[in-house]
Structure formats: structure tokens, C-alpha cells
Design a protein around this ligand. Structure first.
Ligand SMILES: Cc1cc2nc3c(=O)[nH]c(=O)nc-3n(C[C@H](O)[C@H](O)[C@H](O)COP(=O)(O)OP(=O)(O)OC[C@H]3O[C@@H](n4cnc5c(N)ncnc54)[C@H](O)[C@@H]3O)c2cc1C
Length: 379
């Protein structure tokens, strides 16, 4: 698992090449302009980045989760915000591949895997985030359609994406009353809130998605009625790994900027990189990232193997890697002194982008809830 073969290196290098050529040179400008680069995302599709672990008959790459986390780490070295959007697109696309029927797979997946169509994942609501099983957006059956009413909050890509995987209530209270739907953006009755003003992730929009008597064909029900929460949670296992990989990649980029900076910056008569206290910090940063990467690969292998402990391993990896990634990036900023605080050095953007990884796809407190459940069991 830890020594990459030639194929694995080629996959990793393709992602790095894309990040170096298309993401890194533009990341600061997109951040400043709050620009979502749809044209660049479309270039990722032909490289196989739109359906990394989606089956090949619909244009997916048919790779493993282990490959995916390596891909997302490399993409995030160029821009964590765009890498993270690609991760959400992959999560939604995988849900349609895994739970969609033949007609749904044929209808949606060729466009999504090629990234001609972009996807969003809509679970959170204004009133419920962590306690997602309490969601209240309603889907009521009416003939051959469902009619959706309610609002989704914090939806990544919303307003710019084409396909929404929406979790809505079709039954009674609790997780078993929730169903998942594939909802095209142009459905009458859907509208979008303003692009939220936020700390980081400026290169992708975050908006409310509002449903007012939005009529969705019953043929767009993903899986069976009542299966939506399970589908949403299964999507999140891989989503958590990918977001965690984006933290490792962003933090690695911050560390990679720091070593040459300390080598050329002088204080008290010598280059800062000669200062042992600072060298120890670099050693710790490198160690933290390697530990995060190792746990991430371990969790990805467990997900690939459908191991019984995959859920808690994904939660452990998400919690550990997103905390480590943020701390390492923040230390890298500190080691740049005042320059780390300036936008043009790129450190403060990485710190801002990585901060939200500790909050979304299940907060790091909720990751502890999941892990604690497995530690304590039914006791
Ligand atoms: C930029 C951004 C993009 C996002 N993108 C998406 C998206 O594309 N799709 C989507 O569906 N959602 C998205 N989200 C929503 C995100 O997943 C939620 O914000 C997150 O799950 C937390 O929910 P909440 O904000 O309602 O916080 P709350 O659930 O209200 O939690 C508030 C605090 O209480 C803590 N807490 C809650 N319950 C417990 C508990 N049982 N034990 C211990 N602590 C607890 C939380 O950890 C948190 O610190 C996004 C959020 C942001 C900020």
C-alpha cells in the first residue's frame, strides 16, 4: 500500500500535472475574484477526474478509493478549494453510479464523468446540519412526480452546477423517512440564495437551494423510498477521505513553500533554516502530515475492501488529517512571519481554505461521535 507501482505513480502524476498547469497559477486570482472556474473543471473530465471511482461503462475511471485520495492530495497542492469541489462532484456522481438504476446511470453519468455536467450534494438545511436525520425538506408523491418544498443550506457549487443529489423527507420522522433524488438545476420551482460571504473556499460558490413546489419525476428517485439517508451517509465515507486528502495536499504545499523561504530569509546573522527551533518545527510538520497520509491510505484501503471498520476509519482519518492539515498550514504561515499574512505569498489562502474542512462533511466533533460509538459499542 505504501510503495506506489508505475500505474499508481502515473495516476498521481496526472493529478499533479493538472494542478501545476491549471490550478496553482490561477488559485490566488480565483480566490480574490471569487471566481468558480467552470472552464477549467471541464478540462478535468477528459483526464478521468469527474468519476474517479465510478464504473467505466459510463465514462468513469474505475479506480480505487486509495487512488482517489492520492489524486485529491495532488489536486489540492494547486488549489484546495477547487480540489474540494471536484471531491464533492465525485461523491454525488458515485452515489448515482452506486444506487441509480440503469436508466439513471445512462441518463446522468456520461455527462457527469466527463464534467460536461457538474454536481452538488444537498443534505444540510438552515435548521439542521450535524443532526441531518432531522431534515425537513419534503417530497410528496403526486402521480408520476414528487413535489419538493423546503430549503438546503451551504450547498457547494449551487447556482453554477447542473445536477443536485437532494435528500428530502418522503416518510415519517427520522432517518428511515428520507429519500434521495436526482434534481436537475433547471427544474421549475428551484431558486438559489446569494453566494455566501465566507472565510475561505472563495473559488467555489456556496448558496442556499430553495424548493417551492419543485416537480421532480418519480423516475429521479435514487434507490428506494426511505433509503436516502443511508445513501447520503455512504457517500460521505468517501467524501470525508477526499476532503481529508485535500487538507494533506494543501498543507504539504504550505510546507513546501516554507523550506525555501526559511533558507533565503536571514535574521541574527544567518539563514532562518539554520535555527534548530525552527528546524524542529519543520520536522514535526512533516511527521504530522506523514501520519495523516498513512491513516488516510489505511482508511481508503478499508473502504475499498468494504471492511467492517470502514466507517470509523474514515471518521478517524477525516478528523486527524483535517486537524493536522490546518495546524501545519497555520504553522507554515507563522514561519513566514509578516509575509505569511500577505495574500501574495499564498499561505493565508491555504489556511482559510483548510479551516472549513474541520467543519463540513461532518464536523470533527461528529467524527468523534462516530469513533466513540465504535469504541464504546452498545455499552
Ligand atoms: C463552505 C461550506 C460548504 C458546505 N457544503 C455543503 C454541501 O455541499 N452540502 C451539504 O449538504 N452541506 C454542506 N455544508 C454544511 C456542513 O456540512 C455543515 O455546516 C456541518 O455538517 C455542520 O452543521 P451545522 O453548520 O448546522 O452545525 P451544527 O450541527 O449546528 O453544529 C454546531 C456545533 O455543535 C457541534 N455539535 C453538534 N452536534 C454535536 C454532538 N452530538 N456532539 C458534539 N458536538 C456537536 C458541531 O460539531 C458544531 O461545532 C457546507 C458548509 C460550509 C461552511
Amino acid at each position: 500500500m505504501f510503495i506506489l507501482d508505475e500505474d499508481e505513480k502515473a495516476i498521481r502524476d496526472t493529478a499533479r500535472g493538472f494542478a501545476d498547469e491549471f490550478l496553482a497559477p490561477n488559485a490566488l486570482e480565483w480566490d480574490e475574484q471569487k471566481h468558480f472556474p467552470v472552464d477549467v473543471l471541464r478540462k478535468a473530465g477528459p483526464l478521468g477526474l469527474g468519476g474517479i471511482y465510478v464504473r467505466e461503462d459510463v465514462g468513469g475511471s474505475g479506480l480505487r478509493r486509495l487512488d482517489a485520495v492520492r489524486v485529491f492530495e495532488q489536486l489540492a497542492t494547486g488549489c484546495p478549494a477547487i480540489a474540494a469541489y471536484i471531491s464533492i462532484h465525485n461523491m454525488a456522481t458515485w452515489m448515482i453510479d452506486s444506487y441509480g438504476d440503469a436508466a439513471q446511470r445512462d441518463r446522468w453519468l456520461p455527462g457527469l464523468t466527463s464534467m460536461e455536467l457538474l454536481a452538488s450534494y444537498a443534505l444540510t438545511e438552515p435548521g439542521v446540519g450535524s443532526d441531518a436525520a432531522a431534515l425537513s425538506t419534503k417530497a410528496v408523491r403526486d402521480g408520476d412526480d414528487y413535489i419538493l418544498n423546503g430549503a438546503k443550506q451551504f450547498i457547494s457549487g449551487a447556482g453554477a452546477t447542473d445536477v443536485y443529489v437532494v435528500m428530502a423527507r418522503t416518510g415519517t420522522a427520522g432517518a428511515r423517512g428520507i429519500s434521495a433524488f436526482i434534481v436537475p438545476a433547471e427544474t421549475p420551482g428551484i431558486s438559489f440564495g446569494a453566494n455566501e460571504r465566507k472565510m475561505g473556499w472563495h473559488a467555489q460558490p456556496t448558496r442556499q437551494v430553495i424548493f417551492e413546489d419543485a416537480r421532480v419525476p418519480a423516475a429521479n428517485l435514487l434507490g428506494a423510498e426511505g433509503e436516502g439517508f443511508r445513501i447520503a451517509m455512504n457517500g460521505l465515507n468517501g467524501g470525508r477521505l477526499n476532503i481529508a486528502a485535500c487538507s494533506v495536499g494543501g498543507a504539504q504545499a504550505a510546507l513546501d513553500k516554507t523550506v525555501p523561504y526559511l533558507a533565503q530569509r536571514e535574521a541574527f546573522g544567518s539563514a532562518l533554516v539554520q535555527n534548530e527551533a525552527l528546524r524542529f518545527q519543520l520536522a514535526d510538520m512533516r511527521t504530522e502530515l506523514e501520519a495523516a497520509r498513512t491513516l488516510l491510505w489505511r482508511a481508503a484501503a478499508a473502504l475499498d475492501a468494504d471492511a467492517p471498520d470502514k466507517v470509523e476509519l474514515c471518521a478517524m482519518a477525516k478528523r486527524f488529517a483535517t486537524d493536522a492539515g490546518f495546524e501545519v498550514a497555520n504553522k507554515a504561515l507563522q514561519l513566514h512571519g509578516g509575509y505569511g499574512y500577505l495574500a501574495e505569498y499564498g499561505l493565508e489562502k491555504i489556511v482559510r481554505d483548510l479551516r472549513v474542512h474541520q467543519i463540513l462533511e461532518g464536523t470533527n466533533e461528529i467524527m468523534r461521535v462516530v469513533v466513540a460509538r465504535s469504541v464504546v459499542g452498545a455499552a
